[in-house]
Design a protein around this ligand. Structure first.
Ligand code: TYD
Ligand code: MG
Length: 462
């Protein structure tokens, strides 16, 4: 295929230039020109049909009324891995494009090989590897106990060859591992650059839509999360899943960030074993660390991830800091932490202004819901005071800037799960406390609070 001409487009103003320049000639911003394929006006590579070439002769296209369009529910094919199906919204969809992102070594290739093996029993599957050789993939499959796997494997990084192979092999599902190693002949920039990643993903997406092949793209994310990769693809694909979790612990979470075919608030929970990733069907207690006796600076939070409550231990360490004390957090947003410290100081008189504050959600789980506030603040206060919260203690609730404690969604469910796991004392927002003795939860003493200072007073007396 003849090499198409490249142009350089500014990511700020959209201006173009025939050659790469450090500064955009249009808006004069530096380092914004990105290589892309120049589109020949006569032959648009995006159009599929040939409806009138000459200008002015293009026929009007039919337009449908929404209510008259038949809305058939999409057919899903289970991947054979329950926790993966859960985040996908029930399984894979023909023609759907899924992006799976995550840190290197977290288990993306492992999970997808397991899923493909299970799918290969009922359909044709293709695993395109750009990072490992066929032999390495085979070695991994033996280690996973998939010795007699029917998955077809191709080691290739050139997009045009992959595209031709897809047309020839016609698999139902294809995994591209990873999108950062792929390159298109049309661009001269290196594999992994924004231009290549975007172009390859866009072309693969068109192939998926045209042929009905389900394409799963693997993308690496760096710690900064900003690299040329997954982030620039989120709007192109149908479903975006991210792996979370600490590579040092054996648990992995897969979270749906976007899903055109299902709900996005689900997570899948896996444990990494020597035989690959195994789903954890009942994950509520896996993020608790095991202390013999309660320790200062630790508070258990009942969070709700998707449809399942999850108990997560929040740890805080408050220690005398230097002239500019540090605030570090793992799993909790740092800005949110700064806000909580301000609220603690202003409304509850708990000051950590000259202290280093470290906060960690155990197990590498990322907590995004504001209902974590109360547990984080109680952990900080407990560390500051050097006094442990009582044995079997849990808390949840959002804390506002005015010091009010706001209810969390589905409080009853959270409390019931905590009681089931043997927790005995809870501090919760007033609206979440069971009303009347009839609704009380057996084994759990519940203290309802309306303000943060009430909660702090309460734990001082417990
Ligand atoms: P991998 O799937 O290669 O990660 P990614 O594709 O996201 O970069 O998984 C890598 C880690 O998982 C690796 O450190 C080894 C470990 N692992 C197991 O613990 N058990 C297994 O059965 C396999 C295949 C890998
Ligand atoms: Mg890999």
């Amino acid at each position: 295929m003849a090499k198409e001409k490249s142009i350089y487009t500014c990511t700020e103003c959209g201006g173009t230039s025939a050659k790469w320049l450090g500064q955009c000639p249009h808006c004069e911003v530096w380092n914004t020109l990105v290589e892309s394929v120049a589109e020949a006006p006569s032959k648009n590579r995006y159009s599929s049909g040939n409806n009138g070439n000459a200008r002015g002769l293009i026929a009007s296209q039919p337009v449908a009324t929404l209510s008259e369009i038949e809305a058939s529910d999409v057919d899903r094919q289970s991947t054979g891995i329950d926790e993966l199906d859960r985040v996908l919204g029930g399984g894979i969809v023909a023609g759907g494009v899924v992006l799976i992102g995550g840190d290197p070594g977290i288990g993306k290739s492992t999970l997808l090989l397991q899923a493909l093996d299970s799918l290969s029993r009922s359909m044709k599957t293709l695993y395109v590897t750009g990072e490992e050789s066929g032999a390495q993939v085979a070695l991994r499959s033996r280690r996973l106990g998939l010795g007699s796997s029917q998955v077809r494997v191709m080691a290739e990084i050139q997009l045009e060859k992959i595209s031709a192979t897809l047309d020839h092999e016609q698999p139902a599902v294809c995994v591209i591992d990873s999108i950062q190693t792929m390159y298109s002949d049309q661009l001269s920039s290196a594999p992994g650059s924004v231009a290549q990643v975007r172009e390859c993903a866009a072309q693969l997406t068109r192939i998926a839509k045209r042929t009905g092949i389900t394409i799963i793209l693997v993308g690496h994310v760096t710690k900064e999360g900003a690299l040329a990769g997954p982030r620039v693809l989120e709007h192109i694909v149908d479903t975006v899943l991210y792996f979370e979790g600490d590579t040092h612990s054996s648990f992995r979470l897969v979270r749906a960030i976007k899903n055109r075919f299902g709900a996005v608030n689900e997570i899948g929970v896996f444990a990494m074993t020597e035989k690959g990733l195994k789903g954890v069907a009942n994950p509520s207690a896996i993020f608790l660390s095991t202390h013999g006796d309660p320790v200062a600076g630790s508070c258990v939070l009942v969070t709700l991830e998707g449809t399942r409550p999850l108990l997560v231990e929040i740890q805080a360490l408050v220690d005398s800091g230097g002239p500019s004390p540090r605030r570090l957090s793992e799993g909790i947003e740092r800005d949110r932490l700064a806000m909580m410290l301000a609220v603690l100081h202003r409304h509850a008189g708990v000051s950590a202004s000259d202290q280093d504050v470290f906060v960690n959600a155990v197990g590498g789980v990322r907590i995004s819901e504001p209902a974590a506030d109360l547990a984080v603040m109680l952990a900080i206060q407990s560390s500051l005071r050097g006094k442990a919260l009582p044995r079997g203690f849990i808390a949840f609730g959002e804390v506002g800037l005015a010091g009010e404690v706001r209810p969390a969604p589905r409080g009853q469910e959270r409390l019931k799960e905590a009681a089931k796991l043997g927790f005995s004392v809870a501090i919760v927002p007033k609206a979440n406390a069971p009303k009347g003795a009839a609704k009380a939860i057996e084994g759990l003493t519940i203290h309802a609070v309306e303000r943060i200072e009430q909660a702090i007073d309460l734990v001082r007396g417990l």
